[in-house]
Design a protein. Structure first.
Length: 240
């Protein structure tokens, strides 16, 4: 499993393909942020072109670009994710993050995913991972009823989710520390505000996976930026 995972907030399918091409040969896991414009905004691909694009992809078997070359994580910043999460899995996502406050039916949704995409359905361990995300200020203990059904927890490091370049919320560090004390065996990743400055602080409190957006895409050299993050993780004894 990768420690540093680039995040793509696609403005269009072309933009997604372009960024995946830029990452080709550099990483083997990528997070694609899907924003519907309702749960978070502004809307990204495919919602920026209307809901029909996702249905077209599914009906035509048009997989997520590069899903055969690297693991694609879909971060569903969408209202009522139960309506579309199955489609994203069918389209090639091998890792899906659902936001805790995006639905009133999280427990049922997780049970459904295990029923339809469980090991007995051909999804062996390691091929499909499901996680729950929470925002800054949310008590991590709301996750307790779901911990036996998920593979990881994603802490959002920013208040305004669905955007890149937002400032990191330092209060997240205490939330992660508290959660790690109570649930040390649950893998934790952070998305939002991850930079060369905040990465060491996150590793210190037990984060095992850093999802990085603007710190990579705004860097003068993408490859060098990825290497700089890798150096930091190795300083903390974490190797991919």
């Amino acid at each position: 499993m990768s420690i540093i995972v680039p995040a793509i907030l696609p403005s269009s399918r072309r933009d997604l393909v372009s960024k995946l091409d830029a990452l080709s040969g550099l990483v083997d896991e990528v997070q694609v942020d899907i924003v519907d414009g309702l749960f978070a905004s502004p809307a990204t691909w495919p919602y920026d072109t209307g809901p029909s694009e996702l249905a077209r992809m599914l009906s035509s078997g048009d997989l997520i670009p590069r899903s055969g070359e690297c693991r694609i994580e879909i971060d569903l910043m969408t209202k009522s994710p139960e309506a579309t999460v199955g489609a994203w899995i069918e389209l090639g996502a091998s890792r899906v993050t659902i936001h805790a406050d995006s639905s009133e039916h999280i427990k049922h949704l997780l049970q459904s995913l295990h029923t339809y995409y469980g090991h007995d359905k051909g999804f062996a361990s390691g091929l499909l991972s499901i996680g729950i995300a929470i925002n800054p200020g949310t008590d991590p203990e709301i996750l307790v009823p779901y911990l036996d059904q998920i593979d990881y927890v994603q802490f959002m490091g920013i208040k305004r989710i669905g955007r890149q370049g937002e400032p990191f919320d330092m209060s997240v560090l205490k939330s992660i520390e508290s959660f790690r004390r109570r649930h040390p065996s649950v893998p934790v990743q952070v998305d939002g505000g991850v930079s060369l400055i905040t990465a060491p602080r996150l590793l210190e409190v037990g984060v095992s996976r850093l999802v990085v957006g603007s710190a990579l895409w705004k860097a003068p050299d993408l490859k060098e930026a990825l290497h700089a993050f890798k150096v930091i993780t190795e300083e903390y004894g974490i190797y991919e």
